[in-house]
Ligand binder design. Sequence first.
Ligand code: HEC
Ligand code: HEC
Length: 350
Amino acid sequence: MFFALIADEINIAKIRENIFNLSDEELIKSAKLLNLVPIPSNKYELEELIKNISPDYEKYPTTDKRIQLGKKLFFDPRLSRSGIISCNTCHNLALGGVDGIGASTGHKWQANSSHLNAPSVYNAVFNARQFWDGRINHLKEQAKGPLQANVEMASSSDDLVAKIKSIPEYVDEFKKAYSNDIDIDFDLIAASIGIFERTLITPSSFDEFLEGDINALTSTQKQGLKLFINKGCVMCHNGINIGGAFRGFGFNRYQYVNYGDFRGNENNRVKVPSLRNVAKTAPYFHNGSVWTLVEAVESMARIQLAIELSEEEIKDIIAFLKSLSGKMPQIVYPELPASSDETIRPRLDY
Ligand code: HEC
Ligand code: HEC
């Protein structure tokens, strides 16, 4: 085992060193050896993958009715105490799944107390870990956070369940999506939103490239990919989400360290974010302190790798990052069921 590990490390170092001499076919092979993984274009394969990585899939398999229900809940601002904040407020699906502001802002116009930036919900299903400190690995458990957080949607779980139960069409839809005697509780509401999130997947030209289409990337993008590998970005940003799996370091050399009080997990480590659609999700980093990809890439080289990149190298890497801008799923804006006389009214807490 020990020797195997060393052998692997030598191989990785060799691949990185030789990457500029490779043909397109060899580049694809090497990228895969370095754990860059495509979103499968085959629908069946994709569903199998999602099944394997979703901890609650067995209990709650994806069905069309559940997706439609979860979509309504995702877009329904009544899930918040004020009645005006939905998941889509901060994870705007028309805007790359983010809000595009530095610190996310929720109930009573409060900014996130640690100045945290909203990561995208697109492809979040592929994250082995959720949140900037990577504390949760589960979309269902994740969704419970913002629904209740005071600075986000500020709803109590009891209020939330009461609201849903007061809307006859929702009750009916839960029955149709699950079973006639289903008990609508907080867990099931969160699970339904998580099931919708399983569909928020954006395959890109990089995936086509990894699946063997050597013309899917431009020559500048291929050069950027080679730099991404050669310089070592790939050591942290890998897997199907080109990130999302584990935590990198960052604070000791971080220029904007005092922008907000977030310091990562107990070991001061930050989750390595996914780079899918990164060209659409400025501002960057956990605290939204950086607005341009040029500065983000330049800082990464300095902070994480202790190297300097030339302007040309940064340009090529950014060209590669743009190949991660994927095809967004077409989402029809849902019509939400009407409240009833019993539905708890909005509370803005002025
Ligand atoms: C007020 C803005 C706001 C609202 C509303 C909100 N979120 Fe978030 N979301 C955030 C922020 C900020 C983070 C990062 C928090 C952290 O890391 O601690 C986050 C993190 C996430 C993540 C983790 C992604 C990753 O890469 O780590 C997912 C998934 C997510 N939210 C889904 C949802 C869902 C589903 C809802 C609705 C139930 C929702 N959010 C409502 C701001 C918001
Ligand atoms: C040692 C691990 C590691 C290496 C190596 C690394 N990164 Fe990162 N990357 C991270 C972490 C951790 C963050 C989040 C930092 C934060 O938010 O404070 C990040 C964030 C980013 C972001 C911002 C994403 C967002 O949505 O906010 C970009 C862009 C990025 N990295 C690109 C690169 C490039 C390009 C390289 C190579 C030059 C690279 N990274 C090397 C760990 C790494």
